[in-house]
Design a protein around this ligand. Structure first.
Ligand code: SAH
Length: 515
C-alpha cells in the first residue's frame, strides 16, 4: 500500500495533570498503538513507557521560554507524519484544548485535510487546586469559575483580557502560566477594585508527588512567592474557595507527602514498593541498579526437569525471580504441572511465596524470619539427612544455605538461572532528577542492591539533600555500613510493608526533630 492509500491520523491527547492514575483509558489505548509520539514537557514520562518499543518519540519541549520546536514546526511535523501514513499521538499536558495551543494544532490539521481526533484530559486548572484542597466551585462560595492565561502582560494597554470585568467577577479565577508575572497580575486586579484580602493559593507540580502549595491574599502572595522562589509550572487560584484549603487538603496530609524516596531494585520488581510509597504521598524515584539476565540451564539440569520428582525431594526458592525463571524452564520440559510430583517446596519469604501462590503452588516450609540462614535452620535434622535439594538461584547467591544443608548430610544441587548486570538506562529521567534534586530516603532490600547502587556512583549535585538509607534487614544494614552509608533505619521484618512502616516512622521522627 502506498502512503496515500493508508491515511494517517493524529490524536490530540490530553495527558492529564501529572499523576499517572489521572490519565484516561483512551489515552493509554492510543499510546499503546502509536507509531509516532510527540510530547511536551508537562507530560508524565511514565506514559511514554506504554508505547511500543519501535514507536518514534519526539520531544516538542516548551518549558517556559525554552522551546525545542516552534509551534509552526510542531504543526508541520504532525501533518508530515500523518501524511506518511502514521498513527500519530500528540500528547499534551492536562487537557489539549485548555491553553497550550491545542486549538491551533487542530486547525492546522483541519486545514491540511488530515483526519484527527481529540481526547480530552483532566486539566491542571481543576486538578491541581483539588489536590491542594480547593474545589473550584462551591455552592456558597463560588458559582462561577474563570480560567485565565497568565501569559498576557497586564500592564499592556491593548490586553486581550478585560481586567476591569475580571476584577469585578465574584467567582473563582484560575490563572495558568505566568507565575513570573504574579506581582503585576495581583496589582492589576487590586487596581481594578478587587479586595486586597481576597484569598489566593498557588499550586506547583499539582497532583504529582512533587506538589507544593503556598497561600496568601492578593496583597501578600506575590512577595511570598518571590521570597520562596516558587516557580512554574503552577496554577494560581483566586477566590473564597481557597479558604477551604485547610480543611480539605487531603493529599498534602498524606504521611509521606513531600518525601523523595529512591527505590533501588530491578525494573521488574520495583513496582510493588513504588505503589505502596506513592499511595502514601511519597515522590518516588525508581532507579534500577541491575538487570536480570536469564542464563540457560546446563544440559544435564534441563534433562532432570523432565523427570524432576525422581531426582529431588525439595525445591527451595530464595527470590520471586527464581520462581519465575525456574517455572518458565520447568514448563518448557513439562506439559503438566503434575511433573512436579510430590516434591516439597520451601520459600524464603512472603514475596517468594506469593509468586508461588500465583502458580497455585502451596509452600511447605517458610521461616518466620525471612533470611537464608533462618530458612536453613527451619529444616529439621530428620528432614535434611539424606534428602535431595534443588536450589535454583542467581549466579552470585550466598552459599550459606547450600552449605548449611550439606553440613547436615543433605545433597544439594545449585542451579544458576540468572545473572545480574548493571542497568545503565534512564528511561523515566529518575537518575537525572536524583542528581538535580537529591532525595530524603533511599531503600535497600538486599545486600546486592546496596552493592550495585554503590557501584553506580550516582550522587546529588552539591546543596541537594543526600538521602538516608533504610534497609530491609540486618545483613543489608551491615553491607551498607561497610559501604560507608549512614543508616537511617532498618525494617523490623524483611517485608515491603515493614520497610514502608519504618520509613513512615522515620519521617515522622525527622519532622518532629526539625520543629
Ligand atoms: N493544557 C494544560 C495547560 C497548558 S498551559 C492543562 O489543561 O492543564 C501550561 C500551564 O499549565 C503551566 O504553566 C501551569 O500553569 C499549568 N500546569 C500544567 N500542569 C500543571 C501541574 N501539574 N501543576 C500546576 N500547574 C500545571
Amino acid at each position: 500500500m502506498s502512503p496515500k492509500e493508508k491515511p494517517g491520523r493524529v490524536y490530540l491527547v490530553g495527558a492529564g495533570p501529572g499523576a499517572l492514575g489521572l490519565a484516561t483509558l483512551r489515552s493509554r489505548e492510543l499510546i499503546e498503538r502509536a507509531e509516532v509520539l510527540v510530547y511536551d514537557y508537562l507530560c508524565n514520562a511514565e506514559m511514554l513507557q506504554w508505547a511500543q518499543a519501535g514507536a518514534e518519540r519526539i520531544y516538542a519541549g516548551k518549558s517556559g521560554t525554552c522551546h525545542t520546536l516552534t509551534q509552526e514546526e510542531i504543526n508541520r511535523l504532525l501533518i508530515e507524519k500523518a501524511e506518511a501514513g502514521k498513527l500519530v499521538v500528540r500528547l499534551k499536558g492536562g487537557d489539549p484544548y485548555v491553553f497550550g495551543r491545542g486549538g491551533e494544532e487542530a486547525l492546522a490539521l483541519a486545514e491540511a485535510g488530515v483526519p484527527f481526533e481529540v481526547v480530552p484530559g483532566v486539566t491542571s486548572a481543576i486538578a491541581a487546586p483539588a489536590y491542594a484542597g480547593i474545589p473550584v466551585t462551591h455552592r456558597d462560595r463560588a458559582s462561577t469559575v474563570t480560567f485565565v492565561t497568565g501569559h498576557e502582560d497586564p500592564t499592556k494597554s491593548d490586553s486581550a483580557i478585560d481586567w476591569g470585568h475580571l476584577a469585578g467577577l465574584r467567582g473563582t479565577k484560575v490563572f495558568l502560566m505566568g507565575v513570573e508575572r504574579l506581582g503585576e497580575i495581583t496589582a492589576r486586579l487590586m487596581a481594578e477594585g478587587a479586595d486586597p484580602e481576597t484569598p489566593v493559593a498557588l499550586v506547583r507540580w499539582g497532583t504529582t508527588a512533587r506538589q507544593e502549595s503556598i497561600g496568601g491574599t492578593l496583597a501578600t502572595v506575590a512577595a511570598e512567592v518571590a521570597r520562596r522562589g516558587f516557580a512554574a509550572p503552577a496554577v494560581t487560584v483566586v477566590g473564597e474557595v481557597v479558604k477551604l484549603r485547610e480543611e480539605l487538603n487531603w493529599y498534602e496530609k498524606l504521611p509521606l507527602f513531600g518525601q523523595r524516596v529512591v527505590v533501588t531494585r530491578t525494573r521488574r520488581q520495583a513496582s510493588a514498593l513504588t505503589e505502596k510509597l506513592t499511595r502514601l504521598g511519597a515522590d518516588v524515584l525508581e532507579i534500577s541498579t541491575i538487570r536480570i539476565v536469564p542464563v540457560a540451564l546446563a544440559e544435564g539440569e534441563r534433562r532432570k526437569l523432565a523427570s524432576f520428582s525422581t531426582h529431588f525431594d525439595w525445591v527451595i526458592f530464595t527470590s520471586p525471580n527464581a520462581v519465575e525463571l525456574f517455572f518458565a524452564e520447568f514448563f518448557r520440559e513439562n506439559r503438566d504441572v503434575r511433573g512436579l510430583g510430590d516434591v516439597k517446596i520451601a520459600a524464603v519469604g512472603p514475596a517468594t511465596a506469593k509468586k508461588l501462590g500465583e502458580l497455585h503452588l502451596r509452600v511447605d516450609l517458610q521461616p518466620e524470619v525471612y533470611t537464608s540462614e533462618r530458612l536453613a535452620e527451619s529444616f529439621s535434622e530428620k528432614v535434611v539427612r539424606g534428602a535431595r535439594f534443588c536450589l535454583p538461584h542467581g549466579r552470585l547467591a550466598d552459599p550459606l544455605l547450600a552449605n548449611h544443608l550439606r553440613e547436615r548430610e543433605g545433597t544439594v544441587e545449585e542451579w544458576t538461572l540468572y545473572d545480574t548486570q548493571p542497568e545503565e538506562n534512564d528511561p523515566t529521567g529518575a537518575r537525572r532528577r536524583y542528581r538535580q534534586e537529591g532525595a530524603h530516603w533511599i531503600t535497600f532490600t538486599s545486600s546486592s542492591t546496596a552493592e550495585n547502587w554503590a557501584a553506580l556512583g550516582l550522587s546529588p549535585r552539591p546543596g541537594a539533600p543526600v538521602p538516608r538509607a533504610i534497609s530491609m534487614g540486618p545483613v543489608t544494614s551491615a553491607t551498607l555500613g561497610k559501604l560507608g552509608y549512614e543508616l537511617g533505619g532498618e525494617s523490623a521484618v524483611a517485608t515491603l510493608d515493614s520497610l514502608v512502616e519504618t520509613l513512615v516512622k522515620m519521617t515522622i521522627e525527622s519532622k518532629y526533630a526539625d520543629k
